[in-house]
Design a protein around this ligand. Structure first.
Ligand code: GTP
Ligand code: MG
Length: 232
């Protein structure tokens, strides 16, 4: 096919409770416009975005970024694990007006990281910081419905502990119905691009990183990973 170029690809899964805005977010990311009527996602839908790794530098290279938008309904919990194979990055989505959806991100992370475990989402899964310490999958935490949360600001700020802080992940809040929220050059667009860079780096360049860290003891090496989440 004329003009066709084969790109390397990365797989990012997008998880969070039903109705938090995952489909709206992915649509905004991939089409730069709001999705007026997303509808419930049954199973999973995949959108692709071309990402320019290290854009503007001599190392710039384009990658296919697959965004796997996973339906959040609890009735599909048993069949979701098939989507969690070979994941390179995780976007955890919560609704800023719904505190429970933030608390549940621990369970979502637990479910994704324990995909082969048969525990029940509502009873067994939970985020285990020790387990996460050795996890090298980059994570981005996105809070949606910032437009509606304006009036609920105190509630949002008084959140006792943030999962993003606990796992050293990047975090952003936005309104999925406003295309300015991810417009090129905006703070959120830059954060998103850095996250994709980080995922690409872990997927395709991690042998260089492990070589650089080869002299560290295991615990120090884990700390090194946590630190990189903060500094990138
Ligand atoms: N005001 C406002 N509404 C939003 C925002 N993001 C999503 N919504 C609305 O929230 C509803 C649910 O959004 P979806 O994107 O379908 O949610 P989802 O997480 O994909 O839900 P499932 O597919 O069931 O897992 C829709 O009516 C969206 O229009 C936002 O940032 N602000
Ligand atoms: Mg959806």
């Amino acid at each position: 096919m004329a003009g066709f170029q084969a790109y390397d690809k990365i797989k990012i899964i997008v998880v969070g409770d039903s109705g938090v805005g995952k489909t709206s977010l992915v649509h905004l990311m991939c089409h730069n416009e709001p999705n007026s009527n997303p509808g419930y996602t049954i199973g999973c839908s995949v959108e692709v975005k071309l990402h320019d790794y290290k854009a503007g530098t001599p190392s710039e290279k384009t990658y296919f970024t697959e965004l796997w938008d996973i339906g959040g309904s609890s009735s599909h919990q048993n069949s979701r694990s098939i989507f969690y194979n070979n994941v390179n990055g995780i976007i955890l989505v919560h609704d800023l007006t719904n505190r429970k959806s933030h608390q549940n991100l621990r369970k979502w992370l637990g479910e994704v990281l324990n995909k082969n475990d048969a525990k029940d989402f509502n009873n067994g899964y939970d985020f285990d910081p020790e387990q996460f310490a050795g996890n090298q999958i980059p994570i981005l935490v996105v809070g949606t419905k910032a437009d509606l949360a304006q009036t609920l600001r105190e509630k949002v700020i008084s959140r006792s502990s943030s999962i993003a802080e606990e796992c050293g992940a990047d975090e952003m809040n936005l309104d999925c119905n406003d295309c300015k929220c991810l417009s090129p050059g905006s703070t959120n667009a830059v954060k998103m691009s850095r996250f994709f860079d980080k995922v690409t780096e872990r997927r395709f360049y991690s042998h260089q990183m492990s070589h650089n860290q080869g002299h560290l003891a295991p615990t120090e090496r884990r700390r090194g990973h946590m630190k990189m989440f903060h500094n990138d």
